[in-house]
Design a protein around this ligand. Structure first.
Ligand code: FA5
Length: 346
């Protein structure tokens, strides 16, 4: 009896499936023949009350029927899915021209930073890093800028609003020289290190001034007498000659920085006219590059070194200005403008 019922269910299910046309109909069919409350399921649930002989026959028959119904259900589902595809829409025109993908690339400042790092690495320099948000101590005090001294006005500063309880004042670093302090507090000479990084100054912008720009710091310290102004001149000439791919002379002019003594501005021979005089160097034959000097012993003391034990030079220059020279960019503001028409040229 039960056998017959099962066979009848199978037949009926098969014939009604052949008239199913839509997904909604198929769902109804699934509930009716494969659902939890389907007749076939009810029969299978009743197996436990059957005699062992009945179970032997009804069990396998019920299960194979269920599998068959499931298989034809899946087939019908696939057929319906295929039918619903709009083949005309899906058609791929293999002769159509492709879409041109644009690839990202490094920003000119990053390219230059990498280039500068490679040259210094080949001269045995390591690379150090520090935060852009700094303490007043690392940016000014430890670098021998006396409190309320006009030297602090040399670099207009973005100060952070502070909680009244805060003992330390914070600012956006105005120079990569801050990392001199951080590095020396953690390391003992001899060492040679470079620090690329972004700095910020509260300045009005023009074609050669930005309020956020990139600097490059270089610090080389050894025992007393080991690292001299001559060492600086040699390192600077070697670096700039490699960077510009031709021999470059360096000249020093007296200057003032609180953290170096003596201090100088340094120029390189004009890379356009090779020192003969042109509009780029205002007919002087020289291009201003940055500041430098022998590290002031007061800075060594501030980072915990014994006065007079060590000697070294520090120098810093505007990487952004160097980018302008290298790529002949007339306005510094283009570099950070995010104008893709400009950036895509590199
Ligand atoms: C300094 O920042 C010193 N920390 C450099 C230094 C380091 C001296 C170590 C001695 C020893 P100065 O303020 O001159 O110095 O800035 C250095 C360079 O940053 C300048 O030569 C210039 O190339 C660049 N620079 C300064 N202000 C701007 C600006 N607003 N926009 C773009 N570049 C700037």
């Amino acid at each position: 009896m039960i056998q017959e019922r099962i066979n009848k269910i199978a037949k009926e299910a098969e014939s009604s499936l052949s008239s199913v046309q839509t997904t909604a109909d198929l769902e109804l069919w699934e509930v009716k023949y494969l659902g939890r409350k389907s007749e076939l399921n009810e029969i299978l649930k009743g197996l436990r009350d059957m005699t062992p002989d009945e179970k032997k026959i009804i069990g396998p028959l019920g299960n194979t029927t269920k599998q068959t119904l499931f298989r034809i259900f899946e087939e019908a589902k696939n057929t319906l899915a295929e039918k619903s595809i709009d083949w005309e829409k899906e058609r791929i025109d293999v002769t159509a021209p492709g879409t041109l993908h644009t690839f990202g690339h490094l920003h000119p400042i990053t390219l230059l930073e990498n280039e500068v790092q490679d040259i210094f690495s080949s001269m045995g320099f390591t690379i150090a890093d520090g935060p852009e948000l700094e303490t007043e101590h690392n940016n000014f005090d430890a670098l021998n800028f006396p409190a309320d001294h006009p030297a602090r006005d040399m670099q207009d500063t973005f100060w952070l609003e502070e909680d009244k309880k805060s003992k330390e004042h914070h600012l956006l670093r105005t120079q990569t020289s801050t990392v001199q302090v951080r590095f020396m507090e953690a390391n003992k000479p001899p060492f040679r290190v470079i620090v690329p990084g972004k700095v910020f100054r509260n300045e009005a912008t023009d074609a050669s001034h930005e309020f956020a720009f990139h600097q490059f710091e270089c610090l080389m310290v050894g025992n007393e007498g080991e690292v001299t102004v001559a060492t600086f001149k040699y390192v600077a000439e070697t670096f700039f000659s490699q960077f510009f791919g031709k021999h470059v002379d360096v000249r020093l002019r007296p200057s003032f920085f609180p953290f170096t003594e003596p201090s100088f501005e340094f120029d390189i021979s004009c890379i356009i006219c090779d020192g003969k005089g042109c509009s780029a160097c205002k007919q002087t034959g020289w291009l201003e590059i940055g500041g430098a000097g022998m590290v002031n012993q007061k800075v060594f003391e501030a980072v915990g070194y014994k006065r007079g034990k060590y000697q070294g030079f520090a120098w810093g220059f505007g990487l952004t200005r160097l980018a302008m020279m290298k790529y002949k960019i007339a306005d510094i503001r283009l570099l950070m403008s995010s104008d893709l028409r400009f950036i895509r040229q590199f």
